[in-house]
Ligand binder design. Structure first.
Ligand code: SAM
Length: 264
């Protein structure tokens, strides 16, 4: 492994299974979008991706950046590959998008910040497809639908912002070096490019799911008066006995609109 020791603090589990790498390539959407990779690592996935499209890769680890600079010298010199040495979350803090123009995100993500990265990508107006390797447990949450036991704010946000969300396939720990402790999945999300989340919707969901087994009305009592809750439930025909996982994404969105309008 080119004398590089994997760093736990950066979530480094390098993909060493060629069949999985090819599976990711086959899942690439056939379109004109630019390509962005987060965490190219030793560049095994990058090497395959850059054959298809021009791309930008964001890598935080200085040691890996120098390996990648020499490995991809030709691609960097010919502007096929732009390698950016940074913490990608900082880039999203300082600018709203990872690329000026429509792009697809394809990556084997560092698991310690995978949820955060996917949420950022969902809210990045230029990102259209997200095809990422993450912990299976998290992938299940992003694809969960109403009444599933894993249905939570991640499934709701994903449903409101995408037109398609699915797990393409699972990947066992042996496909990585070092092997992670968990099973992984390739998550596919296709954004609905006209939708966006308004205001403090994520905070609202956090309150709704603060105690997932309790009634939704009980959870909402931390942010709303009893009378407001009954009025909203009446108007939207929501039964007072509903638990948070029994209410559709669309109803959460309508509830939030009513809360916001009531406060303006
Ligand atoms: N793509 C490689 C592969 O498939 O073998 C490596 C994947 S490894 C799971 C995650 C990669 O993300 C590592 O290269 C790690 O250094 C990088 N990384 C971790 N945190 C990052 C951050 N905040 N910004 C950019 N890259 C990050």
């Amino acid at each position: 492994m080119e004398n590089i020791k994997a760093k736990k603090k950066y979530g480094q589990n390098f993909l060493i299974d060629n069949a999985v790498l090819n599976g990711i390539i086959q899942a690439m959407p056939n379109n004109e979008n630019y390509l962005v990779e987060i965490g190219p690592g030793l560049g095994d996935l990058t090497e395959k991706l850059v054959k298809y499209k021009d791309m930008t890769a964001y890598e935080v680890d200085t040691d890996l950046v120098s390996v990648l600079r020499s490995k991809f010298k030709d691609e960097i010199d010919s502007n096929k590959l732009e390698l950016i040495h940074t913490d990608v979350l900082r880039t999203w803090e300082s600018q709203k998008t990872l690329h000026e123009g429509k792009y697809d995100l394809i990556a084997n993500l560092p698991y310690y910040i995978a949820t955060n990265i996917i949420l950022r990508a969902l809210e990045d107006a230029n990102c259209e497809h997200i095809i990422v390797m993450i912990q299976k447990e998290v992938a299940v949450k992003f694809t969960a639908k109403v009444n599933d036991k894993e249905y939570s704010s991640l499934g709701i946000i994903s449903q409101l912002l995408t037109s398609d969300s699915k797990i393409l396939f699972d990947v066992s720990p042996e496909s990585f070096n070092p092997a992670p402790k968990v099973v992984s999945s390739i998550l596919y999300l296709r954004k609905n490019m006209t939708n966006s989340l308004s205001g403090d919707f994520k905070k609202f969901l956090k309150a709704c799911f603060s105690q997932p087994r309790k009634k939704l009305s009980k959870n909402l009592s931390s942010i709303l008066e009893k009378s407001e809750i009954s009025q909203i439930f009446n108007e939207l025909d929501i039964n007072d006995n509903k638990r948070p996982h029994e209410v559709s994404a669309s109803l959460y969105s309508q509830m939030y609109t009513k809360v916001k309008n009531g406060r303006e």
